[in-house]
Unconditional design. Structure first.
Length: 350
């Protein structure tokens, strides 16, 4: 679900000159799907309250699959896949929507040759104003779970043929496709389909390692996991300008976690354990909650099996519950991402 590191004030000021409507210091909020709500995030408030939003398009339940792809400068990127419809010409149709939750403005872009199991990212290369949407996919054959030529990134028994990177440059509204190198065992997890963007590179958690893609030259590499034995609530994000990863402590009887920071020195990359913590949320089992998003300032957004949305502060081991009265929260499918509130129009990115 891409997390994007917003950078320092100098970087934001540079972007603001290209996007005159940007108000990067207007505050932050969290956008949730599928209940289409926003939560202004302010540490001075005792309780966060949700605000119902008008969605840019009319999404139909049990037909459209809507996924958060990323966010940048106040724009939330959504991928819409039509799963079932009486119109056979539209079944399998997908498109990408650039949406500003603050203004309600949106713009739709056709997404060709896409299936819902692709993974996405949102970022830029050397020029911060040259925004790109990135999609990774694999073609497979001779699989009991996939038909020939269908993209599969989640079934380890598939025989993988080729890996591709599709890139949409928003300025020109054109897609280009490049064949890339991915390990056959790079199985992207359903809960971690969203790329994390940091310093020109997109990162995805791929079960046995982390896949890194340079947005400028579309070259892939892989990074070893800090804890290869952590399988539950493992989540990738950014932490004060560093790539970070939250892993469990391999003990399913408690809610213990480790926070790891990736330090890069020249060509060397190494993980450092920043801290360990145990969630005091009134739940004792690690499967009773899901991590949705790592917020850049050191907070974690999560949901528990009682459908409570929670912001947990690692620094002082405290948490606040969001006021979701009137909203139906489904523990299994809810997703959320932090964004900067702004007046940027989606057309300004294109």
């Amino acid at each position: 679900m891409a997390d994007v590191y917003m950078g320092d004030d100098q970087t934001l000021a540079s972007i603001s000159t290209r996007l005159p409507a940007t108000t990067p210091k207007a505050g932050r909020a969290i956008f949730f799907l599928p209940n289409n709500t926003s939560v202004p995030v302010d540490d001075h408030k005792e309780q966060y309250s949700t605000v119902k939003l008008c969605m840019p398009l009319r999404f139909e339940e049990n037909r459209d699959v809507v996924t958060i792809v990323g966010t940048y400068c106040g724009i939330v990127l959504l991928h819409v896949h039509v799963k079932n419809t009486s119109d056979t010409n539209k079944t399998g149709f997908s498109h990408i929507v650039l949406y500003n939750p603050c203004t309600g403005m949106s713009r739709s872009v056709r997404d060709p040759n896409s299936l819902s199991c692709s993974v996405y990212g949102f970022g830029y290369g050397k020029n911060p104003s040259d925004f790109k949407i990135v999609r990774l996919r694999k073609t497979t054959y001779k699989s009991s779970k996939c038909t020939p030529g269908v993209v599969s990134m989640f079934y380890p028994n598939s025989i993988l043929v080729n890996s591709y990177c599709d890139v949409l440059t928003l300025k020109s509204s054109t897609w280009i496709t490049t064949e890339i190198s991915l390990d056959q065992d790079a199985i992207f997890c359903e809960d971690n389909k969203l790329g994390t963007f940091l310093n020109g590179v997109l990162y995805w958690f791929a079960s046995t390692n982390i896949v890194a893609l340079s947005v400028s030259d579309l070259v892939t590499s892989k990074i070893n996991l800090p804890n290869p034995h952590s399988y539950t609530n493992t989540h990738l994000g950014t932490w004060h300008g560093y790539l970070c990863m939250i892993t469990d402590t391999n003990n399913l009887l408690d809610s213990g976690h480790d926070l790891w920071i990736l330090k890069i020195c020249s060509v060397n990359k190494s993980w450092t354990k920043e801290c360990s913590f145990t969630l005091g949320l009134g739940v004792d089992h690690i499967t009773q909650y899901r991590i949705l998003n790592i917020m850049g300032d050191g907070r974690i957004l999560m949901v528990d099996t009682s459908s409570n949305l929670i912001i947990y502060h690692i620094s002082n081991r405290s948490y606040k519950k969001l006021n979701t009265s009137g909203s139906v929260i489904d523990f299994r499918i809810v997703s959320g991402i932090e964004y900067v509130k702004s007046r940027v129009s989606p057309s300004e990115l294109c």
